[in-house]
Write a protein of this length. Structure first.
Length: 237
């Protein structure tokens, strides 16, 4: 290590293939939380999330949809508000997530962002999203766009989620569901099947080695207490 004078050798780790083999594989179904971004009676992001939940259940996962009705704006209520507490409990419970938002004015909806903003990076020293999987989807009122899924990917990375490569964008969503709210057969539906397959696979692959995958040199060097003191210190005036 003489050619790496800035390295703290006590905290340096050499990645090894053996570390990626979990000694005990969980036999429990993958737990997937689904969030959607519209409160309309006929919300296509909700209908899309419901289709995804059906697929996840058929693939052996345990899906749960969060109903955002009644969720207050960020900072307008305390974290013990029932809808906030429910969302945070589900975030801690899950192994992975699906985020599905309409595209409005070229971006995700405010409701979608509010849900994500209520999920903290840390809860009592535990990061509830770090190392968990994420699939991103969007529904469009017109032609196909990828603005929203791109934004969701940025947020997923910021939340330290393992965002899978595949994604779904449903164009003219109003024409893709029948009167009962079920999605019609189409390439858009097939793509959602692809995305859920990939999400389950990545979740099964990573959930038992999550802590190893997100173990970072910088965080080993700087203790949690020292980090907290540094980021919370008041700025000199």
């Amino acid at each position: 290590m003489t050619d790496l004078p800035n390295i703290d050798t006590a905290c340096f780790r050499i990645p090894a293939a053996a570390d990626l083999a979990a000694p005990d594989r969980s036999s429990e179904p993958p737990r997937i939380l689904l969030l959607y971004g519209s409160l309309r009676d006929r919300s296509y992001s909700r209908l899309c999330a419901e289709e995804a939940a059906r697929l996840l259940r058929a693939m052996g996962a345990e899906p749960r949809l969060y109903d955002p009705a009644g969720l207050p704006l960020v900072d307008s209520a305390e974290p013990d508000h029932p809808k906030v507490a429910e969302l945070r409990d589900l975030t801690t419970w899950c192994d992975g997530m699906v985020w599905c938002s309409p595209e409005r004015h070229g971006a995700m909806t405010g409701l979608m962002k509010t849900q994500i903003d209520w999920i903290p990076l840390s809860l009592g020293g535990v990061r509830p999203t770090q190392g968990k999987t994420l699939a991103v989807m969007q529904v469009c009122g017109g032609s196909q766009s990828f603005n929203t899924v791109n934004q969701l990917r940025i947020l997923g990375r910021w939340m330290r989620l393992l965002t899978i490569p595949n994604q779904s964008s449903v164009a003219k969503a109003w024409d893709e569901f029948d009167a009962e709210g079920r999605m019609k057969p189409s390439p858009y539906y097939d793509r959602i099947v692809d995305v859920m397959e990939e999400l389950v696979r990545f979740t099964l692959l990573t959930r038992d080695i999550r802590d190893h995958l997100v173990d970072r040199y910088s965080e080993r060097v700087e203790s949690h207490a020292a980090l907290s003191a540094r980021v919370n210190q008041t700025k000199a005036t």
